[in-house]
Design a protein around this ligand. Structure first.
Ligand SMILES: Nc1ncnc2c1ncn2[C@@H]1O[C@H](COP(=O)(O)OP(=O)(O)O)[C@@H](O)[C@H]1O
Ligand SMILES: [Mg+2]
Length: 523
């Protein structure tokens, strides 16, 4: 088989290829050096130059002939007004390529990138990239080190195939970075759950490319808060986000202070406002604001938040000067915001651009084992003592943990707590079947009592009817949100008290709690 010929398109380097006297042989001249390479034979050189450089071309052509008699040089004189004019240069090369009798079966084509104006180089690159010039790029460089002394003028050559090496390497690198980002969002845990991994893949793209609000939904303990923080950390490391991660749980925002915590206040706006306060929206400027349990936000706060998202401005309490803040919102919720009428539809629409639903642990059974190992590692890191399961204990615990009947109401929070308890109680850092049995009992009892979901937790001893449980849970919740028993009473009996001259609602609440052995104070 006949070897294919190498054909190089090269601009005459009016500076780099210059040199008329003997000393030019000690100088690196790209076009001449390209024809001096032992491993790279140039069969034909298409040498492009402007007409006023005829003398230099003559010298360069003569020298090429001398160093490489096999090379045929085709002189291509071009009329070009301004070699720095992009349009002119592009058209010149496009015309040249269109008219050129390329024969890729017989010849390999190269575009020499080292000479010519930067505009000429860019246009050559574009020709190759668009396949107008069906070839590769070739780059030459001055000689380095020892070789330089032996072949003073020859320099170095590198061939770049846009179809292969460079693009491939870039693509590989990109893919690697993507994998790293996903791994990071997964906290380095080798998760196997398909739904969760798909979620992470999408979130990775969104986290790096979008500043639109992100909504994370899912049951308590599914990892919403942790994921929000990870998104921030990923963003910060990749795109050097300037602002901070600011986190607030909307369920803790009550009454007058809610507005001021979120939007800030002016000094003297109300009693107790001793100085200006920026508020979390402003604090999150150029960063991420994580509003956890956003469903608990009051109506007024929702309206103000919507305005802040749409216009980028809001009013601090007691101020008539709007404040600007540019932040990305991540919202968390464990309830469906479309249910009931406590959440504004327009705000929901605004934050619903990117919604990610985190599955609970019982829908991620295949991830329990990897999480177990992760928890053990974390425990060891924190406590400075390695903890391991013995074989029997591990099998016993996994069987229980992966069982379809196991509730995992608090999800990762429960798994976490279970591991901490077992790790702490393990004699000599070894978790035995005995600890596992005890822990299984503890978990099951806590779920029977209602787990974390209704907020009753350890409050009530023994069994109570679900009839009472629901009512009690609500009363406990309202009490916790109120500063005093009478405030709780006013809220709980808001309707009936209107009709009474002497409302005794505090008393009614006290008595109700008393039935379950509870008091306002301990809540
Ligand atoms: N993917 C996960 N794997 C293991 N533990 C997790 C994971 N996500 C969260 N956790 C842990 O579970 C606990 C609850 O997570 P969190 O993000 O607070 O849940 P949420 O905000 O959904 O209630 C935290 O201690 C957290 O470190
Ligand atoms: Mg949370």
């Amino acid at each position: 088989m006949n070897q294919k010929k190498n054909v190089v398109f090269s601009f005459l380097g009016t500076n780099l290829d210059r040199g008329f006297d003997e000393r030019r042989w000690e100088k690196w001249r790209p076009t001449v050096s390209l024809c001096q390479q032992e491993e790279f034979l140039v069969d034909r050189m298409e040498l492009i130059y402007q007409e006023n450089f005829a003398t230099l071309v003559e010298r360069v052509v003569g020298d090429v002939r001398q160093v490489s008699p096999e090379t045929e040089v085709v002189e291509r004189v071009v009329k070009i007004r301004d070699p720095w004019d992009f349009q002119e240069m592009y058209e010149l090369l496009a015309d040249l390529c269109r008219d050129y009798p390329f024969e890729p079966e017989k010849e390999n084509y190269y575009a020499h990138m080292t000479t010519g104006t930067h505009v000429a180089q860019i246009c050559l690159f574009l020709m190759v990239e668009a396949r107008f010039l069906p070839g590769k790029l070739v780059q030459t460089g001055p000689p380095r080190g020892r070789v330089a002394q032996k072949y003073p003028g020859s320099g170095e050559v590198e061939v770049i195939d846009l179809d292969l090496s460079k693009y491939d390497r870039l693509a590989t690198r990109f893919a690697k970075e993507q994998v790293e980002a996903r791994d990071f969002l997964r906290s380095g845990i080798a998760t196997k759950n398909v739904a969760f991994n798909q979620l992470i893949e999408e979130l990775e793209v969104v986290a790096l490319r979008s500043t639109a609000p992100v909504l994370l939904t899912g049951p308590t303990g599914a990892g919403k808060s942790q994921l929000a923080r990870r998104v921030y950390e990923l963003r910060e490391s990749r795109t050097s986000m300037e602002g901070e991660f600011v986190e607030i749980n909307c369920a803790t925002l009550r009454g007058d202070t809610a507005m001021s915590t979120l939007f800030g206040h002016k000094k003297g706006a109300f009693t107790g406002a001793a100085s200006d306060r920026p508020g979390v929206l402003r604090q999150a400027h150029k960063g991420i604001l994580f509003l956890d349990e956003i469903g608990e936000l009051g109506m007024d706060e929702q309206a103000m938040l919507l305005r802040a998202l749409e216009e980028g401005t809001f009013m601090p309490v007691g101020s008539d000067v709007p404040v600007k803040s540019q932040f990305q919102l991540i919202a968390g919720t464990n309830r469906d915001l479309r249910m009931g009428d406590e959440f504004r539809e327009d705000l929901f629409a605004r934050i619903n651009t990117w919604t990610f639903e985190l599955p609970g642990l019982k829908d991620r059974r295949e991830d329990i084992a990897p999480n177990l190992d992760y928890e053990l590692e974390k425990f060891a890191e924190r406590e400075g003592n390695a903890v391991t399961f013995n074989k029997e204990a591990r099998e016993r615990f996994l069987k229980f943990a992966e069982d379809a009947g196991t509730e995992w109401r608090g999800n990762f929070r429960d798994l976490n707590a279970a591991m901490v308890r077992m790790g702490t109680l393990a004699p000599q850092g070894r978790i035995r079947a005995e600890q596992v049995e005890k822990e299984m009992g503890r978990l099951t009892r806590s779920w029977e009592r209602g787990g974390d979901d209704d907020g009753l937790g350890d409050l009530v001893e023994g069994e109570i009817d679900s009839f009472d449980r629901v009512q009690l849970a609500h009363v406990v919740k309202v009490c916790r949100e109120s500063k005093s028993l009478s405030e709780a009473g006013r809220k709980l009996f808001a309707e009936s008290r209107k009709k009474k001259a002497n409302p005794n609602d505090s008393d009614r609440v006290r008595k109700f709690l008393g039935k379950f052995g509870l008091s306002f104070g301990e809540l």
